[in-house]
Design a protein around this ligand. Structure first.
Ligand SMILES: *Cc1c(COP(=O)(O)O)cnc(C)c1O
Length: 396
């Protein structure tokens, strides 16, 4: 049953002019099988029961909504942190991989394929494959394998096969191509788990629905704490956009809540070393859907850059392209230095070490000028343990 929501996907898989499924013909049967089944599967009571039980007892949900008093004092407003950093595996990504592996099982699949850049999605996928006893194959660029050794070790400990992508630039987009090829060659027994609100329809909508538990919890937790379910602002970082989609989802049509997205501006929006997609990008097709992406005049993908591996992506999902296009969400470009400063501030004021991605969302606080009586929710998408090697360079 599709709710009528202005900012949500329509029956054709579009958010305004963005979305759709731009895929090679050979992928059509796989994507079509998913498209015709995902909503029915997700609405089955037995599915919901299993999904909710795992979110509670395995992931550790609901995650707390924490009133950050010292941070609030500093910015003279009321700041709540949604603690996705306390999820099992250290970030929000597992909300989606749990959901998708349950869908895969109901479609009769016994092998999972995924691609990963920094390795976080690979770890979240390997985790749920171990949990369910399914075979897990993760494609990863050869260069990324060398750069992200701890996550490669995690995936292997969890029983996954990590396959190096040796073509092209040997990074995420090459891993994506090879994972797609694997799926085309094994359509009957394999499900492809995409890690963000990107890819052909129905992936962006399916992933947004699995992550929407974040905003559902924010609403009821805020109601309990303040007597009002809608904050004035919800801030989240955007790589592909899954944690933001989850944090925004149940506020999309509540216009009194302003939605704020933080993109990685790297060394500066115009520095040539950035991942600030909405500032630098154009409409175009990337990874199976029409959205906004960073591209040259003749449509070649521009290599993105960010200090944060999870935001180092040349596009955003179609939902976010539409939120940008309609101005429903406000976008900020946050530089590496601003993110580091915000991370150090959260450590000092609240005793919480955030993921570098989440630090981009925190950095918006100094630009927002929220009022004394206003309420701001920041989605703290992950914890900073994985980023210690980077943080160490800034600790004197
Ligand atoms: C992967 C990741 C992100 C970026 O992905 P989205 O799909 O944009 O949410 C953000 N934060 C953390 C902690 C991540 O691991």
């Amino acid at each position: 049953m599709q709710e009528i929501q202005t900012y949500n996907v329509n029956e054709k898989g579009y958010y305004g002019q963005f979305g759709g499924a731009f895929i090679p013909e050979m992928l059509f049967p796989n994507v079509e099988e998913l498209r015709t089944n995902y909503l029915n599967i997700m609405s089955e009571p037995s599915f919901q029961e299993e999904f909710q039980a795992l979110l509670k007892d395995y992931v550790g949900r609901p995650t707390p909504l924490y009133l950050a008093s010292r941070l609030s004092e500093k910015y003279k407003t009321n700041i709540y942190l949604k603690r996705e950093d306390l999820c099992h595996t250290g970030a929000h990504k597992v909300n989606n991989t749990i959901g998708q592996i349950l869908v895969a099982k109901r479609l009769g699949k016994h092998r999972i394929v995924a691609e990963t850049g920094a390795g976080q999605h690979g770890v979240a996928t390997a985790t749920v494959c171990a949990l369910m006893g399914l075979e897990c194959i993760v494609y990863m660029g050869e260069i990324d394998i060398a750069r992200q050794a701890p996550n490669v070790a995690r995936m292997k400990m969890l029983g996954a096969t990590v396959v190096p992508a040796k073509s092209g630039s040997k990074t995420l987009k090459d891993a994506t191509n090879e994972a797609m090829r694997h799926w085309i060659n094994n359509p009957v027994d394999t499900h492809y788990i995409i890690g963000s609100v990107v890819g052909p329809h129905p992936y962006p909508d399916m992933v947004a629905r699995f992550q929407s538990v974040i905003s559902k919890e924010i609403k009821s937790q805020l109601m309990e704490k303040t007597g009002k379910s809608n904050p004035d602002y919800v801030i989240a970082c955007v790589g592909g956009g899954s944690n933001a989609a989850g944090a925004f989802y149940h506020f999309l049509d509540d216009l009194e809540t302003r939605l704020v997205a933080a993109e990685a501006a790297g060394h500066g929006i115009d520095s040539g070393h950035s991942a600030a997609t909405t500032f630098l990008g154009k409409p175009g097709v990337l990874h199976g859907s029409k959205s906004i992406s960073m591209q040259t005049e003749d449509g070649q993908v521009i290599e993105p850059y960010s200090i944060s591996a999870g935001l180092d992506y040349p596009g955003i999902g179609p939902m976010h392209a539409h939120l940008f296009d309609t101005k429903r969400a406000i976008f900020y470009g946050i530089t590496d230095n601003e993110a580091i400063e915000a991370a150090m501030e959260l450590c000092k004021l609240e005793g919480i070490i955030p993921a570098l991605e989440s630090a981009h969302a925190l950095a918006v606080l100094s630009k927002l000028n929220a009022g004394e009586n206003e309420t701001v929710v920041v989605n703290l998408s992950g914890r900073g343990d994985k980023d210690l090697a980077t943080y160490q360079k800034f600790v004197v």
